[in-house]
Write a protein that binds this ligand. Structure first.
Ligand SMILES: [Zn+2]
Length: 415
C-alpha cells in the first residue's frame, strides 16, 4: 500500500489490488456560506439547510423570529428534545429520520421545529444512529441561534430517550474509529466543544404515552411524544408520500476526516471492512486456487463457521488453523521443513502425505479409523438438534470426501 497522490481535499491511498480508499479533509472553503452575517434568522437557517454537511432538512421558526429562544439560551433555561425514527423495512431499505423541538423554556408553546433525514448507507442505519442524528441537528440549530444572536454565554438542556446515544453524546472520553456512527458522534462532540454555551444532557423515557394519558406526563415526556411523532411523520413523508430521498453517505461539517471505500464514505472505520476491501478478493482467490474455497464470499457460511470455531477449546482452535493450512506434522510438511528425508505416509507408504492424504489414506487401518470416527456423528448431530436433511448432507459430504468423490467443496464450511 502506498500514497498515490494528493488532491485538494485530502489524501488518496492505494494498494496493489484495485481496492481504493481516500481520506478527504472537510472542505473548509465552503464554510464561508455559513459565516454570515445574515440579514434574518431565516436566511441563516436556510444557509444551513442548503449545506448537506449539516443535518437539517427543514426548520420551522417560531412566530417571534426566535427572540424568546435566544433569551432562553442566554438565561440557560432553553430546553430541547430530539428523537429518532428508524424503519428497518422502508421501501428503499433501512432508513432513519429525526425530529427536534427547541423551546425557550418549559412554559413556552412555540418551539423551533426541525427534521432531518439520516445520512449513510442503508446498512449503516439503526435506531441508535437516528437518535444521534437528532441530537446533531439540535446542536446545529443551537449553533445558528448562537451565531445569529451573538450569544456569548448561556446554556441549553438536550433530552434524548436513547440511553446509549445519550451516554456517547455526553461522554468526554476519546471516541473509537470503529464504534458505530463514529461520524455523527465526531460531529456532535466537536459541536459541543465549539459552542460558547454549556450543553447539558438529559434522559427522558420514550413512548410514555403507551401506558399513560399524555396529559398526565411531565413536559419532557409530552415533548418526547411530539418529536417522536414528528420524526415518524417525516419518515412517512420521505419513504411513502413523496419518496424522493435516497441513502447518502455524507461527510459532516465537524467531521475532521472520513474514510471512503470505493467512493463510499464510511460511518466508522472497522478492521473487517478494511481487510475485506484491501485483501478480500486476493484472499478468496488464493484459497480457491489452493483449496477450492468458493470465490463468491456469499457461498461461504461465515457466521456458522465462526460460531463453530468459537466453541472449540483454545488448543484445538489453534491446531485447526495449522491442520487446514498443512502446517501440522504431515510427512510432506516435515520433509519440506527438513525434519525428515521422506514424505511417505507412515501407513500406506504413498509419497507426499499431506492434510488431504491423512483424511483419504487408502490403508485399511485408516479406513477402519474413519469408520470408527464416522459412526457416532449422526447421534451427536441429533443431540445438537441438527435438522435431518442437514445431517444427511453432512454425512454425505464426509463420506464423499473420504472416498475422494469430487464436488464436495461447494458445500464445505470454512473457518
Ligand atoms: Zn497413507
Amino acid at each position: 500500500m502506498g500514497i498515490r497522490g494528493t488532491t485538494g481535499t485530502g489524501f488518496r491511498y492505494t494498494c496493489e489490488s484495485e481496492s481504493f480508499w481516500s481520506v478527504p479533509i472537510s472542505p473548509r472553503s465552503a464554510d464561508d456560506k455559513l459565516k454570515g452575517p445574515f440579514p434574518t434568522l431565516l436566511s441563516a437557517v436556510n444557509a444551513s439547510i442548503a449545506d448537506p454537511r449539516i443535518l437539517l432538512d427543514s426548520v420551522l421558526l417560531p412566530d417571534d423570529g426566535g427572540i424568546a429562544i435566544a433569551q432562553g439560551i442566554r438565561d440557560r433555561c432553553a430546553q430541547i428534545v430530539s428523537d429518532g425514527s428508524f424503519q428497518d423495512e422502508a421501501p428503499i431499505g433501512s432508513s432513519g429520520t429525526s425530529g427536534i423541538h427547541v423551546h425557550a423554556g418549559i412554559a413556552t408553546t412555540d418551539p423551533c421545529e426541525a427534521v432531518n433525514w439520516v445520512p449513510g448507507t442503508a446498512r449503516e442505519q439503526s435506531a441508535y444512529r437516528s437518535e444521534l442524528a437528532g441530537a446533531c441537528g439540535a446542536l446545529a440549530i443551537v449553533a445558528i441561534f448562537v451565531q445569529f444572536f451573538e450569544i456569548e454565554d448561556g446554556g441549553v438542556t438536550l433530552a434524548l430517550d436513547g440511553e446509549s446515544a445519550l451516554k456517547q453524546c455526553q461522554g468526554t472520553w476519546p471516541l473509537s474509529v470503529d464504534q458505530k456512527s463514529f461520524d455523527i458522534l465526531q460531529d456532535i462532540r466537536a459541536r459541543v466543544a465549539s459552542l460558547p454555551i454549556k450543553v447539558s444532557w438529559k434522559w427522558v423515557e420514550g413512548h410514555q404515552d403507551d401506558h399513560a394519558c399524555i396529559s398526565t406526563l411531565d413536559w419532557w415526556g409530552r415533548t418526547n411524544v411530539c418529536v417522536d411523532s414528528l420524526a415518524k411523520s417525516y419518515m412517512w413523508d420521505c419513504t411513502e408520500f413523496r419518496p424522493t430521498k435516497k441513502h447518502k453517505p455524507q461527510q459532516l461539517l465537524f467531521e475532521k476526516w472520513a474514510l471512503e471505500i470505493h467512493g463510499v464514505k464510511q460511518s466508522s472505520v472497522t478492521r473487517d471492512d478494511l481487510y475485506v476491501t484491501l485483501f478480500g478478493t486476493r484472499t478468496l482467490e488464493f484459497w480457491h486456487k489452493r483449496d477450492k474455497v468458493p470465490l463468491d464470499p456469499n457461498a461461504i457460511c461465515w457466521e456458522e463457521s465462526q460460531l463453530a470455531i468459537r466453541r472449540l477449546p483454545f488448543g484445538l482452535h489453534r491446531w485447526r488453523g495449522k491442520f487446514l493450512t498443512n502446517c501440522s506434522g504431515f510427512a510432506l510438511t516435515l520433509q519440506t521443513w527438513q525434519y525428515q528425508e521422506s514424505s511417505a505416509c507412515p501407513l500406506c507408504n504413498l509419497p507426499e502425505e499431506n492434510r488431504d492424504h491423512l483424511l483419504q489414506c487408502p490403508d485399511p487401518r485408516a479406513t477402519e479409523q474413519f469408520r470408527k470416527s464416522f459412526a457416532p456423528i449422526p447421534a451427536l448431530l441429533k443431540k445438537l438438534e441438527t435438522s435431518p436433511p442437514l445431517t444427511d448432507a453432512i454425512m454425505d459430504i464426509l463420506r464423499r470426501f473420504r472416498f475422494k468423490a469430487t464436488d464436495y467443496s461447494s458445500c464445505f464450511f470454512y473457518g
